[in-house]
Ligand binder design. Sequence first.
Ligand SMILES: C[S@@+](CC[C@H](N)C(=O)[O-])C[C@H]1O[C@@H](n2cnc3c(N)ncnc32)[C@H](O)[C@@H]1O
Length: 261
Amino acid sequence: MIMVGLVKSLKCTRHVKLLFSATTQTNRQIHRCLSSSCRPHDSVRTFISENTETAGEHSLTPELKLRLFTPNCRFWRERPELWPFDDPYWAIYWPGGQALSRFLLDNPEVCQDKKVLDVGSGCGASAIVAKLCGAAHVVANDIDPVAAIATHMNCELNGVEPPICVTNNMIGSEPERFDLILLGDMFYDEALATSLHGWLDRCIKTHGTRVLVGDPGRAQFEGHDIRRLLHQQAQFELPESVREENYGLTFSCVWSYSPEL
Ligand SMILES: C[S@@+](CC[C@H](N)C(=O)[O-])C[C@H]1O[C@@H](n2cnc3c(N)ncnc32)[C@H](O)[C@@H]1O
């Protein structure tokens, strides 16, 4: 039921928050541990290993291995309230992130020697791809600390040095010098899209940062003001299993953002 709930939550964003009874206490502990040298997230790693499967072969980037929810996992159907952390968006490889990662793998020069920030990195796929494509420096930013641990595990699966994982909210913060910002499936909520819009303008204005967005045509994205300032770079047909999991979505696109500044 978690899987169904998460996918539906991106279609109906009023339910994005608190689909599950999150134990923020646990998350605070993970935040503390990520920012220290201790290794107490071993128990979280074990939990992730026991409750996900190595998958990804049916995605747009079959060359990547990722620990994800699959129908064989307990929480695919389990009651959401039994899940002990925040909503596990990192356990799904979202269609927007898939398109973005496919585009980068097909065009490695986009990342090569670049300083790359993946905002809302989830399972870490796009950050991992940036590494594989020869980025000079990669930061994976997700406000869910469990996503950071999953990203480390996914790096190990793909033989890649982990990126720097940042778990504080960077959206709205003072823009840092990045050559490229990646946003996979981050326009699923109107308020989030609006704060991203303003912050991306500042990043581009301050540092000339390039911005790439992956989105499967979600209503919140298509209806947002930012949409008319985006230029399509690529379109990918979604594999059958991804379509089935994402009710009604059939393709996913990569857009570059060029604001009128
Ligand atoms: C729909 S998932 C996309 C994950 C990944 N980019 C992909 O395409 O597979 C959205 C992710 O954004 C993260 N997120 C939500 N708000 C955020 C914020 N303000 N800053 C960073 N990450 C955020 C969530 O925790 C979640 O992992």
